[in-house]
Structures are given as C-alpha cells and as structure tokens.
Design a protein around this ligand. Structure first.
Ligand SMILES: [Zn+2]
Length: 381
C-alpha cells in the first residue's frame, strides 16, 4: 500500500465548515456551539486523530468539506473515512465526493457521488467511499469529500466528522539501478544467482550474513576478475535524490555518502509492502567524493570511487546498503552496537544463551533499519 494523504480536522485550508445560518449571526453562533471533540487512536496505524462530532439534525444545517492537498499528483485514489468506536451512532451519515470535472456545452460540470454510511454498525475502521481519478492541482475541488449533519433520524443520533484519507493507487515509479557496473549493466537485469548483481559484480557478504561485525546491513560489492579488480571503480547514485551526507564516516568507515530518495516500494519485515522514502549508503569510498551535502542528484550520477575498507579483511569493495528508516539521516555512520557481541566472541562464549540473545537484538536492529538491497533494487527497477 502507498502512503495515504491525510487531512487533519481543524486545518483551516482543507477542513472547511459551512453553516446554513441564512446570514443570521445568532443562529451561526448556536450551530458553532454544538461541536464536541475528542482524541482517538486509529488501532491499525497507531495515529491519534482529533475527531469532531455533533447531534444529527432534521434540516441541513452544517456541512464540512475536506479538500485534498493541491500538491497531490493527478491519478487514481481510493477515498476512505475513519469511523471511531464512539460518538458515531447515526445510521444515515451522508457523504459526497466531487470528481469528473469537465466542460459540458462549454460550461463547467462535475459529478458529486453520494454515499450513505451506517456508522452505527462500524467500529474503528476506514470506510471506503470509492475509487476516483482526481487532479486537485488542476481543479481545486477535485476529490472534495463533503459531509452533512442531516440524517432525519428521530430521536437525534451522533454524527462524527473524523479524518479522511486519499490513498494513491498508482504512485509514480522511481527507478533504481545498481551502484556499480557499466551503464548497460547498471540498468539490469539483475542476475538470478543470489550473490551475483550485474555483469561480473558479485556480493561477497550478503544481507543478514552473520560475521565478525554482526549481521550485515547490506552488500559488499566486488568485481570477480581478481581480488583488486574493483579498486578505484566508479560508484553511481542508484536513483534520483538529495545528498544527506558526503565525507568522513566514523570508526572504520572511511569516506561515505548517503542519498535520500523519495518514493520506493519497500518490503517490510512483517510481510507488507508500501511506498515510502529510503536512503542509500555508499561506503569505503576514496577521498575523491564527487557529490556534496544538499546537492540534488540524478540516477547514474557519479558519487565517487571504490576505496579500501580500513581494517576490514575483504579489502577493496563497495559496502552498499538501503535503509527504510531515517537512521542514516541522523547518523550516516550507523552500525548496531557490537560491544557485548565482541566481548562474548573474545571470551569464546558463542555457544551461550547470552550470545544468542545479543545476536537476536542486533538482528532486530538491522531489519528495523535496513532491507535486502538486491531484492529492493529488483523491486524498484
Ligand atoms: Zn559491508
């Protein structure tokens, strides 16, 4: 699933309340005074929303419009409303969705698709109002969700005005290439054998391999012609992005570069996939780094050259990893803490329960921040 666009209640630009007050300030004030609010968590995401509610009415007195952000790209969206497990007892909440803006006989026209929602029977759920082709940049009202307080129920019930989200169904695809290889090789296809990337490039230390530095966070890319064949080989940006860091890393990293990319398909450890920002890291580079912090780069731009991994036995190689958290943004040299891991190995206590527990903690930290880079590149190629 891709990242939905939320409009929080109360946003003065995108959460617009209209009162049927006939221009009477006293009546408008009375309608305004009937709002009640509470905070409520969405159990599926953990997000907490400020939710508004009021008594239903026999006449249309209040209508609330939610507008999409105008920066949202044109495309197909599924529109969903959140219905909390309290203060939503109406069986007749009325929603309309504005879409299909067009000219008819030279005059502007659009469709307003109506949905009647039985909130009484729904708890803590996102209710689907349908899928629509929308373009808010071209037409401000495209994707507008309007809701009324009128339900004609007697006695009155409670209608909640919870958050609305627009879930993009065809997010723009950003292409990712291999960070090494000749131009036609970097474009792929990636080779079938698990450790082999493109051309003669292979990964000598695959993702999650347990070795003397813990679980590997990425790939160690080498050229198989000879042990030093990759010395000084060029390293390229895997996709369009912005440079977060370029310079000396801490510890034994040598020179590293981190690039932030906007939208990519990430397979999460829990088995779900979603579009989100990611960070690519290029490590053990030579001093000759060709990109700078803050710079915008294109896929295939030269980042630098493969250097020697100081103190790392595998010698010349590119350490390359992909992070799906923001850890590399705050700490470009991030690596799980190996203090206890190293102590237990020095004491030759690797067959102990404590060692297994320490390994499990390191493994969890790695999968919390990194994904298998080869699978990621294949998914986003
Ligand atoms: Zn490595």
């Amino acid at each position: 699933m891709s990242i939905p666009l939320y409009v929080p209640n109360g946003d003065p630009v995108k959460f617009v309340i209209n009162y049927e007050d006939g221009g009477n300030p006293t009546k408008k004030a009375a309608l305004e005074a009937l709002w009640k609010k509470f905070n409520y968590p969405d159990p599926s995401t953990g997000q907490t929303f400020n939710i508004w509610y009021r008594a239903s009415s026999r006449n249309k007195e209040v209508q609330v419009d939610r507008l999409m952000p105008q920066s949202a790209p044109a495309g197909k969206y599924r529109i969903e409303i959140f219905i909390p497990g309290k203060h939503a007892t109406t069986k007749r909440a009325v929603f309309t969705v504005a879409h299909n803006f067009r000219l008819e006989g030279g005059k502007p026209a659009y469709d307003d698709t109506v949905t009647i929602v039985n909130m009484y029977d729904l708890f803590d759920t996102w209710y689907n109002l349908g899928e629509f082709e929308l373009n808010p940049a071209q037409e401000r009202m495209s994707g507008r969700v309007r809701q009324y307080d009128m339900s004609l129920e007697d006695p009155a019930t409670e209608i909640c005005f919870g958050p609305v989200r627009w879930v993009p169904l065809n997010p723009p695809k950003v292409r990712f290439d291999s960070p090494v290889g000749a131009p036609e090789e970097r474009e792929g296809p990636f080779l079938a054998r698990p450790s082999q990337w493109v051309g003669q490039w292979f990964d000598s230390n695959p993702f999650l391999n347990l070795y003397f530095l813990g679980y590997h966070t990425g790939a160690d890319l080498n050229l198989s012609l000879s042990s030093d064949a990759d010395r000084g080989a060029p390293v390229y940006a895997v996709a369009d992005g912005v440079v977060i860091f370029a310079g000396q890393g801490s510890g034994k990293w040598g020179k590293i570069a981190v690039i932030e990319h906007h939208e990519a398909l990430v397979a999460l450890p829990n088995g779900q996939s979603r579009y989100q920002p990611v960070y690519s890291r290029y490590s053990h580079l030579t001093d000759d780094i060709r990109i700078q912090k803050g710079q915008t780069v294109k896929r295939g731009d030269l980042v630098g050259f493969i250097g020697l991994a100081v103190g790392v036995t595998s010698g010349w190689h590119l350490h390359f990893d992909i992070s799906h958290s923001d850890r590399l943004k705050t700490n470009p040299s991030h690596w799980p803490n190996l203090t206890r891991f190293n102590e237990l190995r020095a004491e030759k206590k690797t067959d102990t329960k404590e060692y297994r527990n320490v390994c499990a903690v390191i493994l969890k930290e790695v999968v919390t921040h990194y994904v298998d880079p080869l699978k990621f590149l294949k998914d986003n190629h």
